[in-house]
Ligand binder design. Sequence first.
Ligand SMILES: C[S@@+](CC[C@H](N)C(=O)[O-])C[C@H]1O[C@@H](n2cnc3c(N)ncnc32)[C@H](O)[C@@H]1O
Length: 223
Amino acid sequence: MTRDANLKVRVKSAKGRKLSSTRWLERQLNDPFVREANRLGFRSRAAFKILEIHEKFNIFQPGQCVLDLGAAPGGWSQIAAKYVNSGQQLGQVLAVDILPIDSLSQVESLQLDIFQEDSLDLIREKLVKPEADIILSDMAPSTTGHKSTDHLRIIALLENALDVTENLLSDGGIFVGKVFRGGTENDILNRMKIKFQIVKHIKPKSSRANSTELYVVGLNYKK
Ligand SMILES: C[S@@+](CC[C@H](N)C(=O)[O-])C[C@H]1O[C@@H](n2cnc3c(N)ncnc32)[C@H](O)[C@@H]1O
């Protein structure tokens, strides 16, 4: 590892390590959001995305019940837990992922594949209220490198998150979901516009500029 004149960390390629892994490592070491996430004890740099979304739309309130889909390693859940458990009020954060999530203070976790048949029942059993006040989905599949396949897989996850939302979000509730620009996102937005009074999208500053990722926010769910 060396530093260039701009103090940028350069990682030398190593035997047995793929070029893509070397580039990933270099990007992580030079990313100010990664450094800041480590400093603040956040599980992921993604925590800054939900912070920015909260700052813009004021989504979290003390005492709320939050369902976080695709939550591992737990950055979004950490932020949600901080806001819904502030003051006297205790809320609930239920973090769901296909991967295990290391335990986090004031966060319950549930390991499941959102596509499995009994996922809705398993989530419902864990919620302290019949319906969640907020549903978040930062779900993303592991990428294949084939652009249109990846896009379809991402859309399938978002559609599934909306199915969960239509079953488990309370009247007046909020949905935040990850979407990638790629052609079919308008169908998703149209579906959301029927169900939410207000639908906005946001590209947080902490979302990498070269990523097509953006987030849709649905406010005031009409049950
Ligand atoms: C970008 S990461 C989420 C990061 C998280 N928001 C954070 O702040 O730490 C996307 C997550 O979606 C999860 N995921 C992908 N497919 C899933 C599925 N079918 N069911 C549940 N989770 C899934 C992945 O395992 C991964 O942990």
